[in-house]
Ligand binder design. Structure first.
Ligand code: CDP
Length: 212
């Protein structure tokens, strides 16, 4: 079983993906962390994330230890990630890893959950279940601010909101694999839902599919 989850920044897709993976015994891949790792590499090299050659080299030689680096979740890493993610060669360099993961779940797992921006449209267009998670800008900014503050980072909601909007605009406007719902995705707006309710709705969609 392949579950594809897409949506804008801080929509709650990561939390839902993780919980679904645990409940249905599926392997989980947070594809945003790949783009974040490329962005972080460039920030640490003091290179310009817009530099296509530097970004492509970082994507081709991705250091997988960076996927657990605490700086991965910072807002400036997110910004660099969305800049490198607009470079088509960078996306191509990261494609095979994501498709392989989806095709070969680790032993014993019943399938995979991938979350990102283009999972249902480009990476796994034949996914069994596609979810597109959204929430209002205000709610997403509130959730992301709390998440960063809980990690001990000193951030203000206004700047988090501006960052999210800026990133969503770039992610939606790019020509290659823009952020958008697949035609056959189930839309889940979590603005008014707490995580347990959102999770229950997502489980119902998966179970409905499994019963078919
Ligand atoms: O966690 P959050 O929703 O803030 O972002 P993320 O999923 O970690 O993704 C960081 C950035 O990577 C996004 O803003 C996108 O530009 C890019 N990305 C992408 O282009 N395609 C994906 N499948 C996943 C992320």
């Amino acid at each position: 079983m392949i579950i594809a989850i897409d949506g804008p920044a801080a929509s709650g897709k990561g939390t839902l993906a993780r919980k679904l993976a645990e409940k249905f015994n599926l392997a989980y891949l947070d594809t945003g962390s790949l783009y974040r790792a490329v962005g972080l590499t460039l920030l640490r090299q003091k290179a310009d994330p817009k530099d296509p050659n530097a970004a492509l080299a970082a994507a081709r030689n991705l250091d997988h230890r960076l996927l657990n680096d605490p700086d991965l979740r910072k807002e400036d890493t997110g910004r660099a990630a969305s800049i490198v993610a607009a470079i088509p060669d960078v996306r191509t360099a990261l494609l095979a890893f994501q498709r392989d993961f989806a095709a070969k779940p680790p032993q014993g797992m019943a399938g995979v959950v991938l979350d990102g921006r283009d999972i249902g449209t480009v990476i796994c267009p034949d996914a069994d279940i596609k979810l597109f998670i959204s929430a209002s800008d205000e709610v997403r900014a509130r959730r992301r601010t709390k998440e960063l503050q809980d990690k001990g980072l000193n951030v203000a909601k206004e700047s988090v909101l501006a960052d999210l909007q800026d990133r969503d605009k770039r992610d939606s406007a790019r020509s290659d694999a823009p952020l958008k719902a697949a035609d056959d995705a189930h839309l889940l707006d979590t603005t008014e839902l707490d995580i347990e309710t959102a999770f229950a709705r997502a489980c119902a969609i998966v179970e409905q599919h499994a019963a078919r």
